[in-house]
Design a protein around this ligand. Sequence first.
Ligand code: ADP
Ligand code: ZN
Ligand code: ZN
Length: 732
Amino acid sequence: MFNTGTIVKVLIPNVVNTGYDYRLPMDADLGQFVRVSVMNRQYIGVIFGFGDSGLPPEKIKNISEVYPSKLSVDDLSWIQKMSNWTLMTPGAVLRLIINVPDAFLPPKTEPLYNFNFQATGKITENRQKVMDAYSSNDNTAMTISDLRNIAHVSGAVVNTMIKNGLLTLCDTKTIEPNEFNYSYFDTGDITLNPEQSAAATEIGTAVDQGGFSVHLLDGITGSGKTQVYFDSVLRAYNAGKSVLLMMPEIALTAQFMTRFRKRFGAPPVVWHSNLTAARRREIWRGVLNKKIRIIVGTRSALFLPWQDLGLVVIDEEHDTSYKQEDMGNYHARDMAILRAKISGFPVVLASATPSEETLHNVELGKYKILKLKSRFGGAELPKISTIDLRENRPVDYMLPDNETPQHGNLSPDLCDAITETLNAGQQVMLFINRRGFAPITQCKKCGWVATCPDCSVGMTYHKRLGKLLCHMCGRTMQLPQKCPDCSNEISMYGAGLERIQQEVIARFPNTKTALVSSDTITTRQTLERLVEKMENGEIDIVIGTQILAKGHHFPNLTLVGVVDSDMGLYGTDFRAAEHTFQQLFQVAGRAGRGEYPGRVLLQTYQPDNPVLNAICNCDRDAFLNADMSARQAAKMPPFGQLIALIVEGEKEQVLKSFCDTLSAHAPILNGGKIMGPIAAQIYQIRNWYRMRFLIAGDANANLQPVVTKWLSGVRVPANIRIKIDVNPQNFM
Ligand code: ADP
Ligand code: ZN
Ligand code: ZN
């Protein structure tokens, strides 16, 4: 407790802030929320400790307002530790927590609109986005700015929709505060099988006893991991604790919500990136005052003002979406575990393909492992085999309006399997992790390649758009008729989704196909519609990218074909094999989840590749042993640590000379080394040039202070920015 008049340090949510001193107008506690003015702007901050600026007392301003609620002392220590680890400032971490506008003010009154599902206006792609934004907020009235921000459409789109009655003005101006006053209980609708029940009991004991622990729930696809961790969620909830269930955005499906409601008797409160400002505020306040005690949400839900957190479950713990890369680099899984350590509560990690970092921690005895080895209800695992493309060569095919034979990508064996599956009335999934029609557009004569003028990458031709698209910055360009350099003919090389769809339609003329990629599936609602169509049998062959690999359950899907299994096997970063393994394993897990057995065919030029063999034999351990020893030899994580410095500059010369300065000041590392600078793999993004340093050290090296000291010794010129990425996942 600090007494009136004490000078305290107030942390504000700002990327450069490490705390400013203010005088308390009344008694207050550590962690208490306050309002202060900084350069005539009002900020909500928290009391972070005693003031230590040493400023003369007459220069110190009063705190403008002290709010009754507060962050726990554990949260404050988490902010500090997270800052020490990620090298974000404490203010940058606090900005992740205080991320709702006007958290302590009465809600703003603004005109609100409802989507009129009865209206007959044409539903264009943009209007569909508005409709999806509306449904992702449970069809509650929304402001124009929310509609625009969440749907990512222009004001003109929204205004036209108001004019032609697709959006109607709501009679009230403030949203009915939704208190989310749900109470949960075990409906008793689910009985765990013995294997599930053994796992649930063990986690349940950890929940009942409290204290820090991490359990890895390692269960094959379809084994029912969800029901097992639901069990522990109920236990913690019944003990009066708050519970966070984190999952990747794409896994927050209607299927999941239904399962939740069925087990808990009420729907979950869901936190994701497409909520209206008003909802974010209500949920934030609900968590703060403990009216909401269970949240199902994406990585940012970890930063809600939790009170008495008693359990965090992280589903699909290996998923790369837990790593945040802009506005601060942190790994939500690791930060959740850090939080659990501070307060002493259990964490459950669930996955069919756990990350090597996590498995290493199991090996070290830091995490406990619980295995679910059989699919629920006895569904069999699919039979996985390779197709050797060197022998089983795809043959050419014809397009209806074109005399030139087209180069095929689907082998005869895969085509036969597709025919058999379709004849049996079952569904097919073709997986290829490449968007668009063709990745390379090139002149046949002089070799000119279509590249983005702002980023040093090639542009991909997208048939749906009828344009070339840069996958880095989103810039589009017309496809030139002939080579801009020599006027000769240009050609498109390589196959993306759209080209595979063209081939499928040509070879299987009377089938219904659907494309699934981040171009067509922009929201969970579009994904839901796809899932529904799959369930209703309105799709025979679905062709998609990794979005399809995530936990969907299609009972009638019995054949999965991986068009290019070699893609990703030899990536440039040390996790390439791991990610390929996880992805193919997850994709394979989509097949045969219902009553019919499934099969998976991997097209490859290297049928002897150990990663593919391990997948075919469902032998995860063989793969892991090989990959882990390679990493150990190279001292790569989890056997070593990495910190990346990405230095970006608008002017190439300034950037280069600044990197020289950095090199000149580079410290000598004991048990580690500093590599670079090298030009980043993608040297230019949005016209900024990029260089990288990599700091590598032993697993127990303390690299962060070295980096801090190094950077504090150099002056960063204008138009240069440095991003620090601790334990980087992305090496572009
Ligand atoms: P995983 O997440 O391990 O891949 P899911 O949790 O999706 O597996 O479970 C697969 C299917 O089995 C789902 O349809 C789920 O509802 C069902 N299921 C799992 N366990 C049970 C149970 N104990 N009782 C009834 N249905 C279950
Ligand atoms: Zn040319
Ligand atoms: Zn670009």
